[in-house]
Design a protein around this ligand. Structure first.
Ligand code: PMP
Length: 522
């Protein structure tokens, strides 16, 4: 990084060029706003304290500014948002901000919100070269979409009903079984917590190899790389296998549009249409030629966000067409095991006779997102290349997590938990479908998913989704809107029956229908 590059001017908003983010001609400019710096801790002034609330706030903010935690130039969250986060009224907040402004610690800028005052006014906040704020936009990795940042923050605010969250609710996670796994580990002397070998813990790779066989995938432990979740698998592939300015083909919409792993590596997307049988492949060869695509990414089973399962014929067709043009495939099997009615067709990797498919798996969706254990399966030279980058990134996933994951799989815990999880998800899916029938029939259409977590709600009329998100938030609902998964979208919501409790679904879905029905609310 050129340390001086950003000093002279206003930092450039570091956002992916629209054409890199999405090949859509018209896009909601989700990526165009610089990330706002929010007050995102759970500190709140204490009404029982003898100190007035505004004094508590100004002292807390002042301490953060003088410790350098809030650097010069950092923008504070909008005042309405601060009032909400701190649980105070506007006049209390204004008094506190007035005190800080009087001390020269913050300043209001016309149209620019309130910021921490420039570095030369209080020395702790500056670097040798200028203000930290100048650096924040400079790294090679794009920031998350502001909407994704907001979701990541709001997911930790108590009281919101999370209607779109893509992970099992805490009560669906195997707390007790995981405690037994950890107790088993602790009952014998632990091996030293040394670095693991580059491909990951050998016992875990063997366990994953046996697990994959149940899904029809033959993979020797030497063809498996353990990653910190499937997300790291995506990062490693973006960094290690694809040239900058190459293009990948993918379903549109897709989970991949909601993260910046590929765009940050300079890779462009070209979205392919999806129907009820999965990715449409009739234009695949032409599109590969036109874009000179380097790879195709797909989530064939219980797609995120549409819930669609690519049927067997389409899988065969995809393998045949891509084989004809030598197009490598990255298959994301994150939801593969989460079938609710019948197992999905064999993964593409199981149909692969040429080593053309890379396959991603994870323990996050069924067992434990916090373990951060996933894997990549592929030809050995590719796996070694990715392992080499992983060694340069983090020297391997946590060895404790890897040992726990090996015991989890080998001890039969995984199968037992999957059976339980499936039955709970079936109940929640039934409830969500019933509530949708009762409250959304005039407003939207949807299909019953055969597994995974998601229902892709298709609204009858387009809506400004950012405004809908805000209205829903004010009503206590957290939404994953369709524009996260397809920048041009204005008529979908990704609903998840995995997170909100039955009671929350019963309160949340009618409330959402009311907001959508009444345009004045949006
Ligand atoms: N792929 C897909 C399709 C996903 O939905 C997710 C999580 N939302 C991931 C990969 C990443 O999951 P993790 O890193 O937790 O394994």
């Amino acid at each position: 990084m050129n340390l001086n590059s950003s000093r002279s001017g206003v930092p450039q908003a570091h956002t992916p060029p629209q054409n890199i983010v999405n090949s859509a001609p018209s896009g909601v400019p989700l990526g165009n706003a610089p990330p706002a710096a929010y007050f995102q801790e759970d500190w709140r002034p204490d009404p029982a304290s003898p100190l007035p609330l505004h004094v508590q706030i100004s002292s807390c903010f002042s301490a953060r500014i003088s410790s350098g935690a809030w650097p010069a130039g950092m923008k504070l969250a909008p005042q309405r948002e601060l009032c909400r986060l701190l649980g105070v009224n506007r006049s209390t907040l204004m008094t506190a901000l007035g005190t800080l402004a009087g001390q020269g610690l913050i300043e209001g800028r016309r149209g620019g919100g309130t910021r921490v005052t420039a570095a030369d006014n209080h020395s702790n906040n500056s670097t040798a070269h200028g203000s930290w704020s100048d650096y924040l936009e400079e790294g090679t990795h794009y920031p998350n979409l502001p909407a994704v940042q907001a979701i990541n923050r709001l997911e930790f605010e108590p009281g919101l009903i999370r209607l779109g969250t893509g992970e099992p609710a805490p009560e669906l996670l195997p707390g007790e079984a995981m405690t037994r796994v950890l107790a088993e580990l602790a009952s014998r002397p632990l091996p030293p917590l040394a670095y693991e070998e580059p491909l990951g813990n050998a016992g875990l790779r063997s366990a994953v190899s046996r697990q994959l066989l149940k899904q029809g995938i033959q993979a020797e432990p030497g063809s498996i790389l353990i990653t910190s979740g499937a997300l790291q698998g995506l990062q490693l592939i973006a960094l290690g296998l694809l040239p900058r300015s190459s293009t990948i083909l993918l379903e549109r919409p897709s989970y991949l549009y909601s993260i910046h792993a590929f765009q940050s590596a300079g890779i462009k997307f070209s979205g392919l249409q999806v129907d009820e049988s999965g990715m449409v492949v009739s234009r695949l060869a032409a599109e590969t030629l036109r874009t000179r695509a380097a790879m195709l990414y797909t989530i064939p089973s219980f797609h995120n966000p549409t819930g669609i399962v690519m049927d067997e014929t389409r899988r065969q067709e995809l393998m045949a067409v891509s084989g004809g043009i030598g197009l490598p495939i990255l298959e994301d099997g994150a939801y593969q095991e989460l079938w609710l009615d019948a197992p999905p067709p064999l993964p593409l990797k199981a149909l692969d006779r040429e080593g053309r498919v890379l396959h991603l798996g994870t323990l996050s969706k069924a067992a434990s997102p916090g373990l951060r254990i996933g894997w990549i399966v592929g030809p050995e030279p590719v796996i070694r290349r990715l392992a080499d980058i992983k060694m340069q990134t983090d020297y391997g996933a946590s060895s404790l997590s890897q040992m726990a994951a090996a015991r989890w799989l080998d001890g039969g815990y995984h199968e037992e938990h999957l059976a339980l999880l499936r039955s709970r998800l079936r109940e929640r899916r039934a409830l969500m479908l019933q509530l949708l029938d009762a409250h959304f029939s005039g407003l939207a259409t949807w299909s019953a998913p055969a597994g995974g977590f998601y229902i892709w709600l298709s609204l009858h009329r387009p809506l400004p989704l950012r405004r809908l998100f805000e209205s829903a938030r004010r009503a206590g609902l957290l939404l994953n809107t369709g524009d996260l998964y397809d920048r041009g979208d204005s008529r979908h919501l990704r609903l998840s029956y995995a997170y909100a409790s039955p009671d929350e679904l019963q309160r949340g879905l009618p409330a959402l229908a009311a907001i959508i029905r009444e345009p004045v609310n949006v």
